[in-house]
Design a protein around this ligand. Sequence first.
Ligand code: DGY
Length: 332
Amino acid sequence: MEANGTKPKAYLCRRFTENVEAAMDDRYDLRRNEHDGILSPDEIVHCAQGSEVLFASATEQINEGVLRRLAPTLRYVATLSVGYDHIDMAAADELGIGVLHTPDVLSDACAEVAMMLMLNACRRGYEADRMVRTNQWPGWAPTQLLGIGLKAKRVLVFGMGRIGREVAARARAFGMEIHYHNRRALAPELAAGALYHADLDDALRIADVLVIAAPGSPELKGVINAERIALMPPRAVLVNISRGDLVDDDALISALSTGRLFAAGLDVYANEPNIDPRYRTLDNVFLSPHMGSATQETRDAMGWLLLNGLDALRQGDMPDNLLNPRSTPPFS
Ligand code: DGY
């Protein structure tokens, strides 16, 4: 509540959890996208006119045009995601619009989905489910659905940030040998015994299982291409929980089709939700619909992190989940 008793105007681009929306209604004069469809940039501008706060998610393209057309009234964008590659941060900085995101609280949930994908890819989860569900199971057989075990395999975590480290901890519990590639080596207490590879190409040569957990960014677009897949050991497995466009779809689909890669597990895709249709035809890819952080408790925690961050700004503090503190004026 502002000093004059009015609540700041806010627009909610996607429906958040019930608990979080109730708290938002308390704090803001909130309008929402009732139907929860994905809004185009023009629709966002139209719907959010006059808002000081824009609650968004990774499905909204908050580009320069959106920010310019909503400024100067718009003061903050609060995205229900750890990734912020959908937001033009340079324009936000220039316009003095603060951007909040949701790190940490989703790391466990995302790592669980990485393991779900890894296990289903290695142990042929899609084919197994289909065999039973469609009544095609002839009964137990010694050579039925032979997969790849995780124990003693080398997993390469590409992007050993908060989520990557949680993946590593879980993979370690499965008896895997942990390797990672980052721009910089981690301090020993964070690496927890994982072996650092400064060079991605060298790292891929030992990757029995590659888990892509690096943040989405224009520089990493297409980084996992045909040449790099060719460096991986035969029958390696690829898991992607980051952003779809880090992987070249043609290269991955070709490697899966020829058996050069044993399998893949994908939670993210280029051009979501209109994924490359060839993935649907492959038995050796396990697909999930960008659901890394989709648990009730995690989505609640993400929403609270945004609300608490905005509350802190209103009290004159700089919350840790504010991405651009130097460009962000106080919430007055
Ligand atoms: C994130 O938090 O960035 C997830 O990918 C959901 O958008």
